[in-house]
Every structure is written in C-alpha cells, then in structure tokens.
Design a protein. Structure first.
Length: 188
C-alpha cells in the first residue's frame, strides 16, 4: 500500500513538473526531471511566515471638467474671502457674484475689485445724464489700469507675508491648472 502511495505521489510530481515545463520557454526545463521534493515548489523557508496583513488598494478616478470648474470656482471664492479679511484698503476689496450674460440663462462667477465697480458705476451715471454711450468693461479696465497695478502689487505683498493667503493662492493656481488641462483634453 505504501509503495502505491509513493508511486501515485511520484506520478503527481512528474505531472506537475511536466505541466510547469510545458508552460515555460526554457528548453532545459523540458528535459530535466525533479530529483527531490524541493524542486517542485518553494520550501517553507523560502515562503516565510504567514502574513496576516491586509493589502490596501487605492482607486483614483478623474474628475469631469464640470467638477474641476466647480473646484476652481470654490478655490477662487476661498482666496478672495481670505484676501478680503487680510486686506485693509477698502478700494481693493473684491466682491464676487454670479452674473448672467445677455441672451442666456447661464450664470458665471465674476469677481470685481471695488475701485473697478465704482468707476463703472460713475461712468454709467455720467452716460445716462449726458446721453453718451454706456461704458464697456474694456474701457473701464483702461481707465483703471494704474489702480489695478497698485492693487496687484499690494496683493502680491499680502500673498508673500500671509501663509494662509499663500496657501489659498497655491490652491487656486492648482485648481485653475487642472481645469485648463481638462479643457485642453476635451479640445483634442
């Protein structure tokens, strides 16, 4: 009986070795037969102790351009909120609001510094009184370019001196870059 078990074991080892040898491209594996049990598989020393750890698999998805736009808008709002808290020059305060464009129900986020909106308001009142054409955003931007340069220098100074504002600025840059990259992928 023991010889029959040994015989069946040897046939099993040969079948496993033959099956393994046929699946490899190694010509030596096709001609050599195992001489001991350790050649069939790894020994308990090679395997090592049982590992009870659980593997962690992380799946990362990609956000849609719409989602990336929402993240960018929120980053912009967060930046201006912190900026307005730190800013101590009232003319440089920035107000953000959703505005619709003529001919569409779609609204876009528009953030405007106070000096710009006041200049637009003054020019609009003047146009109504005098009958002149209404001011355009381009015209107001031209008239306020010196004030904008001053405001930009002040903002850079605040970003450099405030770690919180710097963090919000970096978040805004990252969100904007991600959104723009998604737009380029859509164009391709």
């Amino acid at each position: 009986m023991n010889s029959r078990i040994a015989y069946l074991f040897l046939i099993g080892v040969l079948l496993v070795t033959t099956a393994n040898a046929q699946t490899t491209d190694d010509p030596v594996a096709e001609t050599e037969a195992p001489t001991s049990e350790t050649e069939v598989g790894p020994s308990s020393e090679e395997v090592g102790p049982a590992d009870d750890t659980i593997d962690e698999i992380t799946v990362q998805g990609q956000r849609t351009p719409y989602q990336l736009e929402k993240v960018m808008i929120q980053a912009r709002l967060d930046f201006w909120e912190v900026y307005n808290q730190i800013n101590n020059i009232e003319d440089y305060r920035v107000v953000c609001r959703r505005e619709g464009r003529a001919g569409t129900n779609l609204k876009t986020m528009r953030c405007v510094p106070r000096y710009f909106s006041e200049r637009m308001s003054d020019l609009t009142q003047e146009a109504i009184i005098t009958g002149a054409p209404a001011p355009t955003i381009t015209r107001v931007a031209q008239l306020t370019r010196n004030k904008k340069a001053e405001a930009d220098r002040y903002m850079i100074e605040l970003i450099e001196t405030s770690p919180t504002l710097r963090e919000k600025y970096d978040d805004l840059l990252k969100a904007t870059a991600n959104y723009q990259a998604s737009q380029q992928k859509d164009d391709d």
